[in-house]
Structures are given as C-alpha cells and as structure tokens.
Design a protein around this ligand. Structure first.
Ligand SMILES: [Zn+2]
Length: 495
C-alpha cells in the first residue's frame, strides 16, 4: 500500500496493476517460507529428539536448529544442517546448571560434561580474588563457569589462616578483630565489584564468626541485589546448635536484610530434620521471602577431616561413628586410631550419615534444586562430583520413580538459571530450550542414563549422556569428550 501511494502515477493504477502487485507479493512470501524449510542450512541440527523444555513444558519430537551459539529454530519438520545428529529415542534437555561445584579444573569439567553439566558454579565456598579467578578460566574452559566471592577465602586471607581451601586455624579458632572484619567486608565488596555472582558462606567452617558479621554481609548483598549462598552454622539435630536453629538464623537475616537466600545441601545439613527444614523454607517463601535450596542425590557427605565439622561432638551431632567415615585417598573405613592420625595430617573424608529416605525425599521435592557439591582431584573424591545428574535421572526418576522426568530437568536447569537471573541477566538465555536461548544442551537416553561413579572408585563417567553442547559447540559426542574445544564462557554479573 505504501509503495503504491508513494508512486506518482500519471494515471490511476488500474485493477491489472493491483493484481500483479498482489501476485508478486504472494510469490515472494511463498518463496521465503519454502526457503526457510528447505534451503537454510544450520550449523548443527539435532534431529528427531524428544525435546523437553521445563519453562514452556514442551515435550514432543522436534528438530532443533543451531546457528553460532544460539538455538535458532525448533521445528516439527526436518531441517538441514552442516552437522546433523539423529537423536531418535533421546531426550534433548537444557544443559544442567550446577550451582555448587567446587571442582573448577579441567579434570572436573570433563567429568561434569559427561554428566550433562554445561555450567558449573562455585557458589558456596566461593573465590577471592574474583577477577583473577575468572581470568584464569576465560577462553580455557570446556564448560561455563562462575563463582561468588567467598566469605571463607576472604576470611582466611585476612586472618592468615594456613588451611588449604577450607580453614583450619586462625579463621576457625578465634574471632576476627574489628579491623579484620572491616577488611573482610571491603574484600567482599571488591569481589562483588569484580563481577561475582553473590556472596558464598560456609559458617560451619568458621564457627567463631558472629551473627552480626553474617547479618552485615547479608545486608551488603541485599543492597546490591546479589544472592547469598549459605552452608549453615550447624548441622544435625542436637540442641542447642542444630540445623533448625542455624536455618532460623539465616531466615531471620533474610527477612531483616531483604535480598535472596540459597541454603546449600539441605539434606547433609538437616539430616533427619530435613522435612522440618523444608517446611520452614516453604513457609518463609509463602510469606514472601526469596529463599531456595538444593541437595545432591547421595547418602554421604564429604569434607576435610581437619575442618571444624569434625570438632568434638561430631558423632552425636551427625549421628555416625568411625566406621561410617571413609578415607578418600584409600577408600578405607576409619577407626578411632586412624581418625586421630588423619585429623592431624588433614585430608578429605566421606561421612555416611544421610538416610536414604531423606535423600529420596529431597530428590523428589519441588523446592529442592539438584546441585553436586562435587570436587574431584586426581580421580579421587566423592562420586557426586561425577555422577549427580545421571544418578537423579537414572536412579531417582527411572528406577525409584521419586519424581517425573520434566520435574527433574526443571530442578537441574531452569530453577538454577532463575535463581541467578536477577544477579546475572545472561542466565535468562540458559536453562531453557527456546528460540534465542544459548545452545547449551544435554542429549541422553532416558532408558540407559545412569551414574557409574562409586565411593570406592569415583572416577567413572556417567553413562547414557551421548551428546553435550556448550554455546553451540559439542563438548561430548557419542559419549566421548571432544578434545581441543574450549567453548565455556564466564557467568558473571554484568548489570
Ligand atoms: Zn558445604
């Protein structure tokens, strides 16, 4: 219409002219849509897979066309691609987002990728200094990575604790002076300025930290609209100083400071009181607080034997004894003698103390996200660092029927992405399969997917996760790591 009117006709255009115009417009339209279906070649096409998107609840056989790092089309009709993989019988899911991934090395990223994880974030212990940490991984990572600024590493640096990863002396045994507290707060603010995704806490590891110190940091996070990720002050059910009391501390802080609170590994902290803890979180959410939580799908914990977790009274607190402890380096069960010796030497220990029914409850609970808490070093560690996601899909979804597949995918991808969106808007294009989303995908066989990692031999890749893409690049193909690719991008605060 505009074209016709803007022309300066010497005479009125007759009906013949209009017919020609309409015809050519129709032809152009037909040509374009025909072109879209047959002539466009995408970089990668995932053909005939069962596409499951927890945001739209799409669960249907579709073809996914990827160009560059993005999903460009999701189509019921066939697509052409330079690389086409046939995903018949496979589930095509958003890549998993691990909010609690201590292992931030190439070794860990490889185990993660084979478990379907496309984004691994160190949100609990966190890091410091933040800019240097990101700098070491930019352009060199198999999967996406990111971190909070950690209260623990900052406190260890300021108080000159000699611990490695977790504190063991100055930050554990004495209070911070007012001057040290001031320095800690400054370093945390600097970390947030450098793009950290929030503040990470492990209060249980630095038990001399006062409630005022913690509240002050909750306020700093809330002021900047950044979330806090917290390992609570206490674990287990023994009064006083149990997990419920510790959860009350952070819920009260959140109510008073505002902001967003994520409570890490609810099962390993609350143990048999997990149902009460979940009730408290659910109630707080109903009253308008922004509180979320997570769990890993295993019945044992792992931490350092020389940390405050194993201070006097651990047996009563955690409801276990020496034989429930397994030394990571050798796989042996401990005795009073070996416990005393290893506690002096230091190192990682697994604690078999989470009841199976508690683990199952959390796996199936809609409020509880899946996060691994994993850390593998030279093939040693807790199987959660290797098999968490395949275990939920194979053991809890398929075998135990503790939850539906779509709900599991939501707890592994969409929910963690949403948790971070306010702090990192880039997460809006992750955790979903939709046009315009980042092509972070996990393609797995729902009939075969299962974890293989065990407490005795954790370094065994998950099975049934055939193909994984990170930002439109295959990092796993036909159940093998693709060598030489580093498509992982930094997840950091950009607003
Ligand atoms: Zn923890």
């Amino acid at each position: 219409m505009f074209v016709v009117r803007s022309m300066k006709p010497s005479r009125k255009p007759g009906p013949y002219f209009f017919a020609l115009f309409v015809l050519s417009a129709c032809f152009a339209f037909t040509f374009r849509s025909h072109h879209a279906q047959t002539n466009v070649e995408y970089d990668i096409v995932i053909a005939n897979g069962r596409v499951m998107d927890p945001e739209s609840n799409l669960d249907a056989v579709r073809n996914v066309g990827i160009r560059g790092k993005r999903i460009e089309v999701i189509s019921a009709t066939p697509l052409r691609g330079r690389t086409v993989i046939d995903a018949t019988g496979m589930v095509v899911a958003p890549g998993f987002i691990d909010l609690h991934s201590h292992g931030q090395t190439d070794e860990n990223y490889r185990f993660k990728a084979r478990d379907g994880v496309t984004t691994a974030l160190e949100m609990e212990v966190g890091v410091s200094p933040v800019a240097a940490w990101y700098g070491e991984r930019d352009g060199k990572s198999l999967i996406n990575f990111g971190a909070t600024v950690g209260h623990i590493p900052v406190k260890m640096a300021v108080m000159r604790d000699t611990g490695d990863f977790l504190p063991r002396d100055n930050a554990v045994k004495r209070r911070a002076t007012p001057e040290e507290t001031r320095q800690i707060n400054e370093l945390i603010k600097r970390g947030l300025d450098e793009g950290a995704l929030g503040i990470g806490f492990g209060i249980n590891y630095v038990p001399q930290t006062t409630r005022v110190e913690i509240f002050e940091l909750f306020r700093i996070a809330a002021e900047r609209q950044m979330p806090v990720f917290v390992h609570l002050r206490h674990a287990g059910g023994v009064e006083p100083g149990n997990a419920v009391e510790a959860l009350q501390e952070v819920i009260a802080n959140n109510a008073a400071a505002g902001g967003a609170l994520h409570v890490v590994h609810i099962t390993s902290t609350c143990l048999r009181q997990t149902p009460v803890c979940l009730q408290m979180i659910e109630g707080a959410r109903k009253r308008g607080l922004d509180i979320t939580t997570e769990a890993y799908p295993y019945t044992a914990t792992q931490t350092r034997i020389d940390s405050a977790i194993y201070d006097e009274g651990w047996q009563e607190r955690l409801g276990m004894t020496y034989k429930d402890l397994q030394w990571v380096a050798t796989g042996e069960r401990l005795t009073a003698e070996t416990f005393a010796r290893y506690r002096k030497e230091g190192g990682s220990v697994i604690g078999h103390c989470i009841p199976e029914e508690i683990s199952r409850l959390a796996a199936g609970h809609p409020l509880v996200m899946i996060a691994s808490d994993g850390l593998i070093h030279d093939g040693k560690g807790h199987p959660r660092g290797v098999g968490t996601y395949a275990r939920v899909l194979g053991f809890y979804v398929r075998e135990q029927k503790a939850l539906a597949l779509m709900d599991a995918l939501r707890k592994m991808s969409l929910a963690p992405a949403q948790r971070l969106e306010a702090a990192a808007p880039m997460m809006r294009s992750k955790g979903r399969i939709k046009v315009g989303a980042d092509a972070d995908l996990a393609i797995f066989d729902p009939a075969r997917v299962i974890d293989r990692a065990t407490f005795e031999n954790p370094a065994q890749f998950s099975e049934g996760i055939n193909d994984v893409l990170v930002n439109g690049v295959f990092v796993v193909r036909d159940s093998k790591i693709v060598e030489g690719v580093k498509p992982g991008a930094a997840i950091r605060r950009t607003n």
